[in-house]
Design a binder for this molecule. Structure first.
Ligand code: MG
Length: 162
């Protein structure tokens, strides 16, 4: 198959907040009064980027690859899933050129944590600073995210032929 250009993929994930769970975003533990509920560590950032990479490669989604009924993914560190997805995409002949991420969360305020999340993603993707963008926004108090009942993440990833 000839590939002359890149392919863009989009990913989105949302998890409910819970008081008795840690908050992990982009592989970084974030001090917070609430964490996220989920079968794995519920890292919405890594899950959204995984789906963006898989989407760009036309390889399905993480729900298909890592079913939440599978006990081996219970409380799993999503960095393991992320590395697995990255190697599947690379095995298909792609490399990630850049990612751009928006985290949707009312609290905690994420501005002070964005550099650490960015650093973590740079390491997970072997990408330089200008190829990894991490943004955060609140929902202005509206809907479940605005009420602090959930956090979400949207991500795009560009794949280019390796
Ligand atoms: Mg998820």
């Amino acid at each position: 198959m000839s590939r002359s250009g890149g392919r863009v993929g989009f990913g989105y994930d949302l998890h409910r907040t819970r008081v008795d769970r840690p908050l992990v975003l982009g592989g970084v533990p974030i001090p917070s009064s609430v964490g996220l509920q989920g079968h794995s560590d519920a890292d919405v950032v890594l899950h959204a980027i995984c789906d963006a990479m898989l989407g760009a490669a036309g390889m399905g989604d993480i729900g298909e690859l890592f079913p939440d009924t599978d006990p081996q993914y219970k409380d799993a560190d999503s960095r393991g899933l992320f590395r697995d997805v990255r190697s599947r995409v690379e095995a298909a002949g792609w490399r990630v050129e850049n990612v751009d991420v928006v985290i949707h969360a009312e609290r905690p305020r994420l501005t002070p944590h964005k550099p650490a999340i960015r650093e973590s993603l740079m390491e997970l993707l072997d990408l330089p600073l200008d190829c990894v963008s991490v943004k955060a926004t609140t929902n202005e108090g509206l809907d479940a995210i605005g009420r602090g009942e959930a956090m979400a993440c949207s991500a795009v990833a560009l794949l280019v032929p390796a």
